[in-house]
Design a protein around this ligand. Structure first.
Ligand SMILES: [Zn+2]
Length: 246
């Protein structure tokens, strides 16, 4: 299935939803939503963020979410709602209205990535999002927010989980971000490296290990042409560098 548009949102009002292990559902879902949207963009999938940060009550939030989703043409659209479960269980499940196959696949992919128990696809015709949106929709309960080992696995593998979801939905795998590490830079070289990173508005870091008189430069995650540009910069200056996977 090729979707013309994917909409993705974090469930709940800001500060709303379940809590556990020191986490808030609405915050973790928002963090994950941003990652997921980025992963969709990386494979060229049209995607919009339909998260609602205006509703103050749960019913306002749900009404806003449904309206945000339905404000986009329904033909070829898929709506994704991101949540975390609570109540003492473990594992991932994906709720659906009529998207059983997709829900099953997404649940299995997340379970595999995080070594979660696969609770699988569950039909829920009563949920506001699933019944209110006028396009196919799935509601992902990523894992249990009140389960320490679930959360440890999710938080450490967020990027991979997002990639796995994108692969199921689009059939495409996004490129992994890479970063460049260089070393032995003298003060002038450090300045040149810093100026390059600033000119690109990229994240960069220069550190001086111990009492060393040289600096180690490091970029943030780069993909595609940005990575090529950064490598060209290193080559132009004849500096040693290494490309590492994030
Ligand atoms: Zn929720």
């Amino acid at each position: 299935m090729v979707y013309t548009l994917v909409t993705s949102h974090a469930g709940h009002t800001i500060g709303g939803g379940a809590r556990g292990c020191g986490y808030e559902e609405s915050a973790v879902a928002r963090q994950f939503n941003e990652l997921l949207i980025n992963e969709f963009k990386k494979v060229g999938q049209s995607v919009v963020d339909t998260t609602d940060n205006l509703g103050r009550t749960q019913s306002q939030n749900l009404a806003n979410l449904v309206r945000n989703c339905n404000s986009h043409p329904k033909s070829g659209r898929l709506d994704i709602s991101l949540h975390l479960n609570a109540g003492g269980g473990t594992g991932v499940e994906v709720l659906y209205y009529d998207q059983k196959e997709l829900a099953t696949q997404v649940s299995a992919a997340i379970a595999k990535t995080c070594s979660f128990k696969d609770r699988g696809a569950k039909q829920r015709k009563d949920l506001a999002i699933l019944k209110g949106t006028n396009a196919p929709a799935i509601l992902i309960e990523l894992c249990f927010i009140d389960n320490v080992s679930d959360m440890r696995s999710l938080m450490s593998k967020m990027q991979e989980v997002a990639r796995a979801i994108v692969e199921v939905i689009t059939g495409k795998v996004s490129q992994k971000s890479k970063y460049i590490v260089t070393g032995g830079l003298n003060t002038d070289a450090c300045r040149i490296f810093a100026e390059f990173m600033l000119s690109k508005k990229w994240y960069g870091k220069i550190s001086f290990p111990g009492d060393a008189t040289y600096g180690i430069g490091e970029t943030g995650g780069l993909i595609g042409t940005a990575l090529i540009e950064a490598e060209d910069f290193m080559k132009t200056h004849g500096w040693w560098y290494e490309v590492k996977e994030v």
